[in-house]
Ligand binder design. Structure first.
Ligand SMILES: Cc1cc2nc3c(=O)[nH]c(=O)nc-3n(C[C@H](O)[C@H](O)[C@H](O)COP(=O)(O)OP(=O)(O)OC[C@H]3O[C@@H](n4cnc5c(N)ncnc54)[C@H](O)[C@@H]3O)c2cc1C
Length: 379
């Protein structure tokens, strides 16, 4: 059986970002690394957006915006993002960037196969695909098993679920300087529903009908809402260039409790998705850097994760939205109506001090959050 130092079960965002950081560090050239994925990662299966004040991945950034629009049925606010910019990266450009780098390193291999099992066996780990088995010292797993979260009720599971259409319209209606971050003017129907618009030219944009809720909708419902929104924008003629869809887990479930000495869960299954928003890309940049730094000092993966105050904030937020999914629009509107946008983004990046946290949190309706806190303390 072939042996590697490290095996990555799943080779999407978090695995490729971690390998990218390993390569940049120059400290893993004597380690053999195997990446396994059931998908060859040769198509554009997702578009990542995130706010950032650094120049990360500038070569593959397709579009940047300095301003964002927040709106509901009663008000609109232009959010100046400086010092941040809102950025867009196509999944395929990221995969190609990392695979091109991997191709220059003989110690790293990619295998296009489905993983059917992996486990730690005392001194080493075993990974089985449909046709082969490998041993290794340590495993980085990013294969998500929804059953883990669904089989418990202590930590509610919401999903950020959406369908997005990249359209090209005849009429030039889009403002290319501004992304529509959240448009809550769409009918809420008892949920947290909004439209998200990423314009790349006056006639081209990605429009996503998005929910933060427990249950997915029939596909037609998302698409009917996108069509209605396109009409509302005054577009009469358009073509759909590409479609994407996603459902990203939003939960404070402590995934890291499944880490063992030699198996670490990374990406969404490692709790790297921000539970209250579903954003994962920027957190993955941070966490993979931390993980690569950790590897040069430590080898026991159980020591990697640290729980902090933001975990509790997210837990309370999800408790509120899980019980009263209809409150999402009013919570976000209260936050963005008067709140300082850059402070809100800093808070969502988990980089604020306690006094800054209070400035952000006190903008939200208090009663549901107090109830959620009491529920956690005494419930
Ligand atoms: C359409 C879409 C758009 C998104 N947009 C954003 C965004 O704008 N901003 C943001 O921050 N986040 C976004 N996300 C959320 C998040 O960034 C992504 O889901 C991200 O890819 C998560 O990284 P990951 O490594 O956890 O999982 P993935 O990137 O999904 O990697 C897991 C890998 O495991 C592989 N795999 C699964 N099962 C097996 C198996 N049995 N054997 C072998 N391989 C297997 C999969 O093929 C996949 O490549 C989006 C997600 C989706 C789906």
């Amino acid at each position: 059986m072939q042996h590697y130092h490290y095996i990555f079960t799943g080779s999407g965002l978090s695995a490729l970002m971690t390998v990218y950081e390993m390569i940049l560090s120059g400290k893993f050239e004597d380690k053999t690394i195997l990446l396994i994925d059931e998908n060859p990662k040769k198509s554009n299966d997702r578009t990542w957006c995130f706010w950032d004040e650094k120049d990360a991945f500038s070569k593959i950034t397709t579009k940047k915006w300095n301003s964002a629009l927040f709106t509901d049925e009663h008000f609109k606010r232009d959010l100046e993002l400086i010092p941040y910019q809102y950025k867009m990266i196509r999944g395929l450009d990221f995969y190609n960037l990392v695979f091109d780098l991997i191709a220059q390193h003989n110690n790293i291999h990619f295998l296009h196969q489905k993983v059917i099992d992996f486990q730690e066996l005392g001194m080493h780990c075993v990974v089985k695909t449909e046709t082969q088995s490998f041993t290794c010292n340590q495993i980085f797993n990013s294969i998500y098993t929804p059953e883990l979260v669904k089989s418990q009720s202590k930590y509610p599971l919401l999903q950020q679920h959406f369908i997005g259409w990249f359209i090209k319209s005849k009429e030039g209606v889009f403002d290319t300087n501004q992304v529509t971050f959240m448009d809550f003017s769409v009918e809420q129907k008892g949920n947290t529903r909004f439209m998200y618009v990423l314009p790349t030219s006056p006639t081209e944009a990605l429009l996503e009908y998005t929910l933060f809720s427990a249950d997915l909708l029939p596909k037609e419902e998302y698409e009917t809402e996108i069509k209605k929104y396109i009409e509302k924008l005054g577009i009469n003629e358009y073509e759909i260039v590409e479609k994407e869809q996603g459902n990203i887990p939003m939960t404070s479930y402590p995934f890291w409790e499944h880490n063992t000495k030699n198996i670490i869960n990374i990406g969404s299954v490692g709790g790297w998705t921000k539970a209250s928003t579903g954003y994962t890309f920027k957190n993955t940049i941070k966490k993979s850097k931390q993980l690569v730094g950790f590897l040069s000092l430590e080898s026991d993966f159980r020591k990697f994760h640290k729980k902090d105050k933001f975990w509790l904030y997210d837990l309370l937020f999800l408790d509120v939205l899980y019980k009263r999914n209809d409150l999402g629009s009013s919570v976000f509107s209260s936050l963005f109506k008067k709140g300082n946008p850059t402070l809100i983004f800093k808070f969502l990046d988990e980089e604020t001090s306690f006094s800054e946290d209070l400035q952000v949190m006190l903008k939200c309706p208090k009663l549901p959050f107090i109830k959620a806190l009491l529920g956690r303390l005494f419930g």
